[in-house]
Design a protein around this ligand. Structure first.
Ligand SMILES: Nc1ncnc2c1ncn2[C@@H]1O[C@H](COP(=O)(O)OP(=O)(O)OP(=O)(O)O)[C@@H](O)[C@H]1O
Length: 513
């Protein structure tokens, strides 16, 4: 299949070479000499560009505007950024802004061509195979929500309680933490589940039309088509109002009326109409601050916040990461019709847990999706998460090589390394001491149990068992029955093991013990 690749580079010589190598792979190449020209091509060919190869420069017009343009379009076009070694900060910024991959110059044209093929492979499965935001119409139940942490257990408990009441709910939390998923689960578990769940995002609708979108607009003598409005669409069901903090003040007054009286007045209309809608609002902003700054009505705030639920950021519930990653790998393996679900190696789990995930669960979901689509082995390893590795501080020379999947390590290179920085070794190879020490270090921070010791040998079973028991005691806050149940052993066995290992259940940490 011929794909359309946009190359943005100010060096005519580079443009020619890149064009030649990409065309030799059978793709059509469009070139632009700067961001502005690149944006123009993207605008004109909207939907037709399959991947962008972008040269990053420091200073103005550095290429980041291209990423923010694609972000605004909510476009999934993968962008590969190229940077000189001195521009790696910019590359990290680009990865945060959603770049698919980056290569550090000088690099071979071959490597760039591989980056482009990977990007196309991913883009193709994204477009053809993947339900973009978990099949918008699919119903979600509480059991679909992966929740291993105490923070998420609390969220689910509140969510289940909220099902019983008819009060409006306010779901707070950063972008991508799972606010909509929770709202859908509440709806599905409620007596309204047979009626529509309608979502509307205030941040995505121009202020001038938001009243009509929410409350409808009557057909004005056939002058224009009327709008039914989200309230009416959701009648009998649930209306999920996302980013409520972005609702303009004039629409806030109408929403307050709707909440107080259960009636709406269409935009430009006069007569009120009854509606029966349960409102779940969400916000990633601090609404109290918005109230203080007079951007949000206080009375509306109190009306909507009678049942607040805060979904914690993923970095505050790192215990969930391993479970989420495994669940996503299983789901995407099935979606990609792999014969067997891909597992995730301990090194990769340590890496994923050590990272802070500013884009929360959505970012993790996308990283696992990318890894599953591009995976070559039966198990995902650190190599399958180059964007994460690149952003972790304290990794030895993360920018020394390309983030693109590199060929298997040469005999002299220790296995289990990415970009020259060590992690947990893959099975079958004895890792170097430095490698294991670094792995243990990260794992200790990340609550992941490492399988090899400082000299690179497999650790004793008893040591690993002791570590796991200490972890479980901390994790379940000393709830002995829960710890025993989760470890799959009886309480008396647990007590015996505590005695054997000299673990104080009230103070399970080794240093303290
Ligand atoms: N606990 C979870 N278990 C499984 N999948 C999850 C979980 N939390 C979030 N997700 C997935 O992560 C993605 C983002 O979730 P969701 O859209 O609910 O987040 P959000 O907080 O509403 O984001 P935004 O504010 O940006 O709209 C979705 O694809 C969702 O299915």
């Amino acid at each position: 299949m011929t794909a359309h690749i946009l190359v943005i580079d100010d060096d005519p010589q580079e443009r020619r070479s890149l064009k030649a190598v990409i065309e030799s792979r059978g793709h059509a190449v469009h070139v632009a000499e700067n961001d502005q020209a690149g944006l123009e091509v993207l605008r004109k060919m909207r939907g037709e560009i399959d991947a962008v190869l972008l040269d990053l420069k420091s200073g103005e017009g550095n290429g980041l505007s291209v990423l923010s343009f694609l972000d605004r379009l909510r476009s999934d076009v993968p962008v590969i950024v190229q940077t000189a070694e001195s521009g790696t900060d910019l590359a990290v910024e680009a990865m945060r802004a959603g770049a698919f991959d980056f290569v550090v110059k000088p690099t071979s044209l071959e490597r760039i061509a591989t980056a482009v093929s990977n990007a196309l492979k991913l883009h193709e499965s994204d477009v053809s195979g993947r339900p973009l935001k978990r099949g918008r119409s699919a119903s979600v139940s509480f059991s679909d929500i992966t929740a291993a942490s105490a923070g998420m257990a609390r969220v689910l408990e509140l969510g289940r309680r909220a099902v019983q009441s008819h009060l409006p709910i306010m779901v707070e939390g950063e972008a991508g933490v799972g606010k909509e998923m929770l709202a859908r689960a509440i709806h599905s578990a409620s007596e309204r589940s047979g009626r529509p769940f309608v979502a509307v995002n205030c941040a995505a609708i121009p202020h001038a039309t938001i009243e009509a979108v929410l409350f409808g607009r009557p057909d004005q003598d056939g002058a224009d088509e009327g709008l039914i409005g989200k309230f009416k669409e959701a009648d009998g069901g649930t209306l999920f109002i996302e980013e409520i903090g972005d609702l303009p003040l004039h629409a806030q007054a109408k929403l307050l009326e709707a909440v107080q009286k259960g009636e709406i007045v269409a935009a430009g209309g006069r007569s009120p109409q009854k509606v029966d809608v349960r409102i779940i609002a969400s916000t990633s902003k601090d609404l109290i601050e918005e109230v203080k700054a007079s951007r949000f009505r206080e009375d509306l705030y109190y009306r909507l916040s009678v049942f607040p639920i805060t979904v914690p950021a993923l970095r505050r519930r790192k215990e969930d990461i391993v479970h989420l990653a495994r669940a996503f790998a299983e789901r995407f393996s099935a979606e990609q019709r792999l014969q067997r679900p891909l597992g995730i190696g301990s090194g990769a789990l340590a890496l994923l847990t050590a990272y802070d995930w500013p884009g929360n669960v959505r970012q993790l979901e996308n990283a696992v999706f990318r890894a599953v689509v591009l995976a070559e082995g039966g198990e995902l390893t650190e190599r399958d998460f180059p964007q994460v590795a690149a952003q972790l501080p304290g990794r030895g020379g993360p920018f020394a090589t390309s983030l693109t999947r590199t060929p298997p390590p040469a005999a002299s290179e220790p296995p289990g390394t990415i970009s020259g920085s060590p992690f947990v070794a893959e099975s079958g190879h004895a890792p170097s001491a430095a490698l294991s020490a670094a792995a243990a270090n990260v794992a200790a921070r990340a609550n992941v149990i490492v399988s090899t010791d400082e000299s690179g040998n497999v650790r004793k079973l008893a040591e690993v068992e002791e570590e796991l028991i200490r972890f479980a005691l901390k994790f379940y806050r000393g709830q002995m029955s829960q710890v025993a149940r989760k470890l799959g052993i009886g309480r008396s066995t647990l007590y015996r093991k505590l005695r054997d290992y000299g673990i104080d259940p009230d103070n399970p940490q080794k240093d303290a013990a």
